[in-house]
Design a protein around this ligand. Structure first.
Ligand SMILES: Cc1ncc(COP(=O)(O)O)c(C=O)c1O
Length: 414
């Protein structure tokens, strides 16, 4: 069998696409190690959006004049790019949302309110971002369903052995899990979870916010029913995200937002709803942002997700090795083979906010806090962590600077 290694990306060369990465902070180039939170934007995306706003912008789907047609083509072209990016069987199954959070809320409200009730169980995990926990808690409280969480082991990996016991507690109707943990970088075995969910007759909702920007995501291979992700984490603009869902589920679902564009006909006493995907896109959409989302997909697809994944894997392996040499650092999460480019750690005796502050003086941007995963913080026994995360423009030199910065933290505060 031929072994293919992904083409390597040239992070130094790619940095020229990102204006901020050329800036100096206190005389040092910026080491932006917070891409899990949001990525920098390449000039290709920004230029395309400016061009779109200048020459192709009008409201979509309504106008018969040519500018409106051009705008509609740009918007619907982006939908086709999103569909191809995740191997969706049909563009009708791709709904533009503001972000991953709104995509998950759409499922929780649109599917959950009508289909959950007393005795039903929604399974999430201890790793979940609040975006894939709080909507389920809320809809469960409105419907009388309950929420159970798959616990993690000490490496931050899901303990799937508990699934059968949870299933005995009620009718499992929803399983909602992330593909990649935004705090620990854990890559979850979603295909196995899909098999469990479907054996229960449950739907599987996958939060791909931390996966889609970094590794190939194929909704058909995953076997999920819904999948959510955001543009701003994959070099695209804020204000755009996507929900993919199986057509038969979306068709049977109630709309989430109501008003203009999502209707077929309206009388004073009755409204019928538009076909997919428009039924879920009420009001004027973030048109240029959806367009920019499509351009960002082109940008990262051209670099190649296998190359991006391999680059981040190499950086993560390097960083884990380097951090392991520092006896005052405790790294949370799984070994590199089962981890994406995200590293959360504790610096002995120093609050993560102080760590991040001192690193900022060195021109190193990391995130400090609970990362919207408070139940996970409770499980880890900490209030917060410091988190470094990588993307296609991250460099090994930045890992070295992080390590040097942490030694300074220890010297000043440790
Ligand atoms: C795993 C995960 N899910 C969901 C979200 C929410 O994404 P957004 O804020 O773009 O809606 C995030 C954002 O950090 C995330 O990391």
């Amino acid at each position: 069998m031929a072994v293919t290694t992904p083409a390597k990306l040239d992070a130094h060369a790619l940095r020229a696409d990102f204006a901020y990465l050329e800036e100096l902070v206190n005389g040092s180039p910026i080491a932006y190690l917070d891409s899990a939170s949001s990525t920098q934007k390449p000039k290709q995306v920004l230029d395309a959006m400016r061009e779109f706003y200048e020459h192709s912008y009008a409201n979509i789907h309504r106008g018969v004049y040519r500018l409106a047609e051009r705008a509609t083509e740009g918007y619907e072209g982006a939908r086709s790019k999103v569909a191809a990016f995740i191997n969706a069987p049909s563009t009708r199954e791709v709904i533009f949302t503001r972000n991953a959070t709104e995509a998950i809320n759409l499922v929780a409200y649109g599917w959950g309110l009508d289909n959950l009730g007393p005795g039903d169980v929604v399974i999430v995990s201890e790793l979940e971002h609040h975006a894939n926990l709080v909507p389920w808690q809320y809809i469960a409280s409105r419907t009388g369903a309950s929420v159970r969480a798959i616990p993690i082991d000490d490496l931050g990996e899901l303990n799937l052995d508990v699934l059968d016991a949870i299933a005995r507690e009620g009718n499992v109707k929803v399983v909602g899990v992330g593909l990649v943990s935004n705090t620990l970088g854990t890559i979850n075995p979603v295909e196995r979870i899909a098999a469990f969910a479907h054996a229960q007759g449950a739907i599987l909702v996958v939060d791909a916010a931390q996966a889609a920007p970094h590794r190939a995501v194929d909704v058909q291979a995953l076997g999920c029913d819904f999948l959510a992700f955001s543009s701003h984490k994959l070099c695209g603009p804020g204000g755009a995200g996507a929900l993919w869902g199986k057509a038969e589920l979306l068709e049977a679902m109630s709309p989430f937002n109501l008003g203009g564009s999502m209707i077929r006909s309206v009388a004073l006493d009755k409204t019928t709803f538009n076909e997919l995907p428009y039924k879920f896109e009420a009001g004027t959409q973030a048109i240029a942002e959806a367009y920019g989302f499509g351009v960002a997909i082109d940008y990262i697809s051209e670099i190649g997700l296998p190359a991006i994944e391999a680059h981040e894997h190499e950086l993560t392996a390097y960083a884990l090795d380097k951090l392991a040499e520092l006896d005052f650092i405790k790294v949370f999460g799984p070994p590199v083979e089962r981890r994406a480019g995200i590293i959360s750690f504790d610096v002995a005796g120093v609050h993560p906010h102080d760590v991040a502050q001192i690193l900022d003086w060195e021109g190193i941007a990391v995130r400090a806090g609970h990362h919207c995963t408070q139940p996970l913080m409770t499980r880890l026994g900490v209030a917060a962590t410091t988190r470094a995360s990588f993307y296609l423009y991250s460099l090994p030199e930045e890992v070295d600077r992080l390590v040097a910065g942490l030694l300074k933290v220890k010297k000043s505060l440790g």
